[in-house]
Design a protein around this ligand. Sequence first.
Ligand code: ZDR
Length: 332
Amino acid sequence: MTPHALAPALLLLAASAGAWSPSPPLRPFGRSSLSSMRASPRTIDFCKYEGLGNDFILVDDRGKSEPSLTPAESARLCDRNFGVGGDGVIFALDPTPSSATADVRMRIYNSDGSEPEMCGNGIRCYAQFLKDLGEEKATFVVETLAGPIVPQMNADGTITVDMGEPILNGPDVPCTLPPNGPDNSIVEAPHADHNGKAWQISAVSMGNPHCIVFVDDLEKDVDFHVDGPALEADATFPKKVNVEFVQVADDRHLLMKVWERGAGPTLACGTGACALAVAAMRAGKISRTKEGERVRVGLPGGDLFIEWRESNGRVYMSGPGTRAFQGTALIK
Ligand code: ZDR
C-alpha cells in the first residue's frame, strides 16, 4: 500500500462500535468520501486499534526506515481533543539492514512523544494491523528496541506474544535501589516515602522498566492520580518507569491498575501485566506457572493471560488486538 494519495482537510473518523470479528479488509487508503475537499498541507492515513482499551494509532510505514511522523506530531495526534486520540502512535517499518531475522520493525511514541523500548498491547495491535494489511503468516518476528518479539495469531482471534525473558537484574531495569533478591533483583524493597507512604517496590524490565507495588486493596490503598506520577518520576528509576499497583485475588488471578510512563493512566498495559506476573511469582505472592498454565491479570480494560514458562524462562502474553476505525488525519 502506498500511503497518502489523498489530502482531505478534516480528520475522517469512520468510527464503528464493537469488535470486528473476523476483521474485515481495510478500505484502501486514498478513497475517502471527503476526497473532494480542499487539499491540506499534509495528511496521514492511519488505523486505530485497541488492546483492552489501550489505544494506538497505527501507521503503515513499510518500505521506509524512519517513522513518517516526528515525536511532536505524534503527541499532537494522540491528543483526545485536538487530534485522533490515543495512548501512542505505532509505526510499521522495514527491518534495519543489520537485523538478520526480523520480518518487520515496530517503533512507538508514547502520547507525550517519548519513545519506549517496547509495548505489549501495542505489539498485539501491530500484529493485527499487519494481518489486516494482508500479512498471511500466523507468526512473524518484529524488531523492537527491546530486541526481537514474536507474535502468534491464534485461531480464536486472540494473539499470543513471546515477550522474551524478563530482566530482573536491578541495574539493568534500570533501578538504582540496592538489589535485595535472587539474581540481583529488587523484590519488595523498602523505599523512600512518596505522598507520606512508605512504599515497597519490585523492579522488572520487559524491555521497558516497570515498578510493581503490591497492595491489599487497589481502591483503598492507592491514591492513583497522586501516587502514580510520583512513582513514575522516582529518582531511583533513571529512565522513569511504568507503575503497576497490584492486588492478588487468588493464586491464578491478579488485579492491576497502571500509571504508564509518558502516557499516564491507561486501561491496560501488556508489558506491565507480564512484569507484575513475574514479580508476583518472584515475591511468592503466587506460585510459578507450570508449563502451559496462565495467570489471569485483570486490568481496567479487560483480562490478559500470562505464562512465565518454566522450561525456557520466557514470558507469553495472550489477549486481543482490535481494530476500531481507520481514517486520514491532518498533521499539525
Ligand atoms: C504499557 C504499554 N502500553 C504496554 O502495553 O506494554 C507500553 C507503552 C510504553 C510505556 N508507556 C513505556 O514504557 O514508556
